[in-house]
Design a protein around this ligand. Structure first.
Ligand SMILES: [Zn+2]
Length: 189
């Protein structure tokens, strides 16, 4: 593509960019914006700004804005998150877990209560033991393989259609990856 050779020409033509073929003050030989500077310089400056912004702890106001945005755009935010590559999501979850230990502690208690509520009264001791064994098996597999294994309720305990039970025959040990895939499918359906 042919670009004007200097800003004045670009301005006169109404072009957004021009190209001098000469190095900028930082040594880039690159396009320059008519209303701006060398595009490589602009990229560098954005990267620095973004890094600074991401390192700065978020203010209460910006956290609140984030929450408001999420409330308004829940479905889109979730869809975007689910569209990300699996390993990125696993990494993100790990970091989130590290940064929010209190939240995850509360989740554990929610999960415990949910399990208790979904456990029928007629379940016997050996069936309870069988379930505990599955959780131990998941922990052991995680340790052995380095991949995270979880206990999955085949029929989810909470869903719009049917509610599963916390009973041995509704449990299975699968990898977290499979589990994430399953939750994706449930969201999609
Ligand atoms: Zn430059």
């Amino acid at each position: 593509m042919d670009y004007p050779k200097d800003r004045a020409t670009a301005k006169a033509m109404g072009a957004t960019h021009y190209y001098t073929g000469l190095p900028c003050i930082r040594g880039h030989v690159a396009l320059r914006k008519t209303k701006g500077s060398c595009i490589e310089c602009m990229k560098e400056d954005w990267a620095i700004d973004n890094k600074k912004r991401s390192e700065k702890p978020k203010s209460e106001a910006s956290k609140a804005a984030g929450r408001r945005y999420y409330e308004k755009n829940k479905e889109a935010v979730k869809a975007r998150a689910n569209a990300r590559p699996l390993e990125e999501r696993v990494r993100h979850k790990k970091a989130h877990k590290q940064n929010h230990p209190e939240y995850y502690k509360s989740l554990t208690s929610v999960r415990k209560r949910r399990h208790r509520n979904a456990t029928p009264k007629w379940i016997n001791t050996s069936q309870k033991l069988a379930m505990r064994k599955l959780y131990l098996q998941a922990m052991e597999l995680t340790k052995l393989t380095g991949e995270r294994y979880v206990v999955d309720h085949i029929v989810p305990l909470i869903s719009d259609e049917v509610c599963g039970l916390h009973v041995p025959w509704n449990l299975r040990v699968i990898t977290q990856e499979e589990n994430l895939r399953k939750s994706n499918k449930l969201l999609a359906s």
